[in-house]
Design a protein around this ligand. Structure first.
Ligand code: HEC
Ligand code: HEC
Ligand code: HEC
Ligand code: HEC
Ligand code: HEC
Ligand code: HEC
Ligand code: HEC
Ligand code: HEC
Ligand code: HEC
Ligand code: HEC
Length: 320
């Protein structure tokens, strides 16, 4: 009656549906079913129980072909949606059907399109939308509900547009435009003279952040070795070194750099390298070794001599 092949990497609840608990879970969730026959024909076993207290308790599944009779444009457009196209590739011949997201539609149809009898995510609470989407996507995005986005009621459809998506991942707009719609402060940071070239398309916000949430602050992604995300690309500063510069590992890159954009070359926190160093080294340049008199910030930058500032395998003072 329906396929038992696993459809994708990411099914949590949906896998249950595929393995024969369809009716039970439908009642439990009051949600759609994931079933091969959903697109092909109205599914015979898809009646929901009268005992169910779910909102659409009496509604039944009618199949996507019925929806298409009134929602022609939306239905045609859906053929190229990853929810149909990619699901085919993953072995489900019907894809994801309308009612998987909109709930059983018989009463909506009987009412000639009664909008009170169908689940419209655009009118639902963020929590309800997230629950619906995570019913299938929780495997790939297990941390979403504790992310700053979810906590601020930015739901999946704050960023994704299922029917009108502008990118392969159905985003409302490509990055970084999407993110700047809400994060205007960050936009001005990437306009600074020195910046990671995000606006230019060289790297993306999502290279460093996972908008679906992580275990780090600021939605930061992690590298495999639990170091800061930065060393994934800047492998030369990763180490380990025989002589580590303590703050690189202890406080991290942000003790000297700013991640988005800066007025200062090399994305440094401070306009002068010497001021930066002397924050921690309390004006070391006062003796014969440095020969720089007062250690004034105007003098030769510390890094002229202390070249390997991120660490060295040769010299304990990071000299050449
Ligand atoms: C008999 C025609 C008809 C059929 C069949 C039909 N709809 Fe509708 N649907 C409508 C009409 C009419 C509206 C209201 C349109 C409007 O206000 O622009 C509507 C609105 C909707 C809305 C928006 C509700 C809202 O809150 O504004 C959704 C979602 C929807 N339909 C989904 C479906 C799905 C899914 C199916 C198949 C299960 C389906 N429809 C089948 C006629 C139909
Ligand atoms: C993966 C989930 C998902 C599937 C599958 C899905 N929809 Fe939707 N649909 C949504 C979301 C989310 C919205 C709200 C869009 C928004 O943000 O405005 C929506 C909105 C709608 C609307 C009302 C808004 C509009 O565009 O007029 C209609 C009608 C609709 N869907 C019909 C359908 C039909 C017909 C199908 C099957 C061909 C379908 N949907 C499949 C998620 C889905
Ligand atoms: C019934 C299960 C189901 C539901 C509910 C569902 N999806 Fe999906 N989604 C899929 C499948 C299947 C694919 C195809 C991709 C795959 O197989 O990996 C997909 C693909 C996607 C993709 C594109 C993935 C890519 O790699 O290009 C996005 C984005 C997405 N879904 C977001 C949503 C959002 C947002 C919602 C809620 C409005 C939602 N989905 C609801 C099953 C579902
Ligand atoms: C703050 C914006 C934002 C929110 C909220 C959001 N997403 Fe995404 N999502 C993105 C971006 C950006 C990408 C593309 C990532 C990339 O290209 O590296 C993406 C990609 C995806 C993908 C495909 C690739 C992948 O990582 O699996 C799926 C599926 C997806 N999102 C589902 C969801 C679901 C489900 C929700 C709600 C639980 C959600 N998203 C909430 C921004 C968001
Ligand atoms: C619909 C509006 C919206 C969109 C679009 C959006 N965000 Fe957010 N974002 C928020 C809100 C609201 C918060 C939580 C409040 C805050 O910290 O500003 C947040 C929080 C964050 C945080 C955590 C900030 C912290 O202090 O912990 C990061 C990082 C972030 N967003 C990155 C992104 C990225 C990257 C994108 C694009 C892929 C994006 N956001 C798209 C609204 C949005
Ligand atoms: C090179 C990696 C990187 C890129 C690319 C990046 N971020 Fe960040 N972002 C960070 C780091 C690291 C922090 C934490 C800063 C801190 O701890 O002081 C951060 C912090 C944030 C915050 C929290 C508030 C703040 O400014 O400290 C937001 C919001 C944010 N980023 C949004 C974005 C958006 C939107 C984009 C894309 C336009 C983006 N980021 C691109 C690394 C990056
Ligand atoms: C996705 C890859 C990627 C990640 C992650 C990344 N960077 Fe970069 N970074 C680059 C690229 C590419 C450049 C060169 C940009 C250019 O040429 O405009 C760069 C440039 C820099 C520069 C300036 C180099 C110069 O010569 O002016 C600094 C400093 C820097 N990154 C620090 C960081 C820090 C700190 C982090 C972590 C918050 C980080 N990067 C994360 C790719 C990355
Ligand atoms: C103790 C301060 C400090 C810390 C911590 C630090 N850097 Fe730097 N970094 C510098 C200084 C100073 C320069 C500029 C060197 C110059 O101009 O000769 C620099 C330059 C860079 C550059 C430009 C290319 C290069 O190698 O000179 C990159 C990329 C970079 N740092 C990445 C990182 C990353 C990634 C981290 C975290 C793993 C990090 N830095 C931690 C001080 C620091
Ligand atoms: C965030 C604080 C911090 C900043 C900024 C910083 N350092 Fe350090 N540095 C340290 C610490 C802590 C040590 C380890 C001190 C120790 O082991 O006694 C260290 C060690 C060193 C050493 C080796 C000292 C030794 O006795 O072997 C040199 C050389 C050095 N730093 C130079 C610099 C230079 C040059 C800069 C500026 C580019 C700089 N540091 C910026 C905290 C910092
Ligand atoms: C002209 C080259 C030169 C410049 C410029 C320079 N240093 Fe040094 N620094 C040295 C030498 C050489 C040593 C001694 C190395 C040794 O003993 O192995 C040293 C040692 C150090 C040490 C190790 C502890 C100590 O005091 O002996 C620290 C920390 C240090 N320098 C920080 C700085 C800072 C901060 C600046 C910039 C304000 C700076 N240096 C500028 C050449 C320089």
């Amino acid at each position: 009656m329906h396929t038992n092949r696993p459809v994708t990497r990411m099914y949590g609840a949906a896998l249950g549906w595929l393995t024969g608990q369809r009716v039970f879970l439908m009642i439990l969730l009051g949600a759609g079913l994931f079933c091969a026959s959903a697109l092909a024909a109205p599914p015979s076993g898809a009646k929901s129980s009268d005992a169910s207290a779910a909102p659409a308790a009496h509604a039944q599944f009618v199949g996507s072909e019925t929806c298409a009779t009134c929602h022609e444009a939306v239905s045609k457009g859906f053929a190229s949606n990853p929810h149909t196209k990619m699901a085919y590739l993953h072995g489900n011949p019907a894809g994801v059907s309308c009612e998987n997201c909109h709930g059983p539609g018989s009463e909506h149809v009987a009412g000639g399109g009664d909008v009170t009898k169908i689940f419209n995510p655009a009118k639902a609470s963020a929590k309800d939308v997230d629950a619906k989407c995570l019913g299938c996507h929780a495997g790939a995005h297990p941390d979403f509900m504790r992310s700053p986005h979810a906590k601020a009621n930015v739901s999946c459809i704050g960023c994704h547009d299922i029917h009108g998506g502008k990118t392969e991942t159905l985003l409302k707009a490509p990055q970084p435009t999407l993110c700047f719609q809400c994060h205007a402060d960050q936009k001005s940071q990437f306009d600074m003279p020195f910046h990671h070239r995000v606006n230019e398309g060289l790297i993306k916000c999502s290279d460093c952040h996972d908008p679906h949430g992580t275990f780090q602050n600021n939605n930061l992604r992690n590298t495999a070795d639990q170091n800061m995300i930065c060393t994934k690309c800047h492998t030369d500063v990763r180490g380990p070194f025989v002589y580590e510069h303590a703050p690189v590992k202890a406080e991290g890159c942000m003790s000297c750099h700013t991640p988005h954009g800066s007025q200062n070359a090399r994305l440094l926190n401070m306009p002068s390298i010497n001021t930066l160093c002397n924050q921690c080294h309390s004006r070391v340049a006062n003796g014969t070794v440095h020969g720089q008199g007062s250690g004034s910030d105007e003098l030769e930058p510390c890094t002229t001599c202390h070249t390997y500032i991120h660490g060295s395998n040769i010299n304990a003072a990071f000299l050449r």
